[in-house]
Design a protein. Structure first.
Length: 354
């Protein structure tokens, strides 16, 4: 007989495993010294240990191995082996099916990764497509293209009302284009693929966007070659100068709010970096402004209104002065691209006197 240590080396298993097999009644030693507790095994136990290892290698659990080893006939053992084969064959079919599904998911993931990289490639070179130039009205948002019914009335769920395709892919207010793609340069930028389709004599565009995982449906209203200046709002800035002693001096920007009545002096609403840092209203109708990224416009003022001319057009943002806790605050309409091209209501920059 061999001590447990020698037996474990012969069978290439750990002593801990042999002790566990003994505890569960799977492989018991031939003799245990009652004084030392040492376990001893005969060489006949080697064959039993090899059988246990063989059964483990083909997927038998320890309970199944115990059942097999305790079977009282060869017919019973043969039946256990046959049932195990059937179980493994079913498992093999299931695994093959799972592998096929896994392959599909990997392919889909690879495709989505490529599409995402493409969507972020807003620097894609321009390729012309005369058929898309002009104004497009956004009329619907659908889950998939096949859901769209041209005769049905839809609610536009996108944050925009219209998109213009200007000649040569010229960008305006975060929108540009190249053949088969709309370039959206807001934030980190997106390259959204589009499809064209004629329905009832009208041209529709289906734009695949990340906005709520929807497809925007656009209808072409004309094929005119617009300029950026033509499609924007333009305020009258040819107003005579009228003095306003209350507004003279320097104002420091403290917040940006949607509505004047939403402003609270001790609760800042806009957490991002403010574009304007300060304004100084000079007696001659000039405005001295400071921006975080330079000074892009020619800025003047007259009573109740500022007058701005830049490369995007002309705007006349109105201002109002209100007192909070005996401190004057100036509220200035912020007429950016949201107002000029998006036709949206202006927000208000808030300035504190001094």
């Amino acid at each position: 007989m061999e001590k447990i240590g020698d037996f474990s080396k012969r069978c290439e298993v750990t002593i801990k495993t042999l002790r566990y097999y003994d505890d569960i009644g799977l492989l018991t030693p031939d003799y245990i010294d009652k004084f030392t507790g040492y376990r001893y095994y005969t060489l006949e136990k080697v064959a039993e240990m090899q059988r246990i290892t063989e059964l483990k290698n083909i997927g038998f659990s320890l309970d199944e191995i115990k059942l097999f080893c305790s079977a009282d006939s060869e017919d019973k053992k043969h039946q256990i082996l046959r049932e195990k084969r059937q179980s493994l064959e079913k498992l093999s079919i299931d695994v093959k099916k799972q592998l096929r599904e896994l392959t599909k998911l990997e392919q889909k993931s690879t495709k989505l990764k490529g599409e995402k990289q493409m969507k972020n490639n807003v620097n894609m070179p321009f390729v012309n497509d005369e058929t898309v130039i002009g104004r497009w009205e956004i009329i619907a948002s659908v889950e998939k293209k096949e859901d769209f019914i041209s005769s049905q009335n839809y609610k536009n769920e996108s944050p925009f009302e219209e998109i213009y395709f200007l000649p040569d892919g010229e960008e305006y207010w975060g929108f540009g284009w190249t053949k088969d793609y709309i370039k959206i340069t807001f934030g980190s930028g997106l390259l959204c693929p589009y499809e064209l389709e004629k329905i009832d004599g009208k041209t529709y565009m289906f734009v695949h966007t990340d906005y709520r995982e929807k497809i925007w449906v656009l209808k072409q209203t004309d094929n005119k070659k617009y300029t950026k200046y033509e499609i924007g709002r333009h305020d009258n800035i040819n107003l005579p100068f009228v003095n306003d002693e209350n507004v003279l001096g320097k104002w420091t920007c403290v917040d940006l709010v949607k509505e004047i009545d939403k402003f609270k002096p001790n609760e800042k609403q806009y957490d991002n970096k403010l574009f304007i840092t300060s304004l100084e209203f000079l007696p001659d109708g000039q405005v001295k402004e400071q921006f975080n990224n330079g000074n892009p416009c020619n800025w003047k003022w007259t009573k109740g209104t500022t007058l701005i001319e830049n490369g995007d057009g002309t705007t006349a943002p109105a201002y109002e002065i209100h007192a909070f806790d005996e401190t004057d605050y100036l509220f200035l309409e912020w007429k950016t691209g949201d107002y000029i091209w998006g036709k949206m209501k202006p927000s208000y920059y808030v300035f504190k006197r001094g």
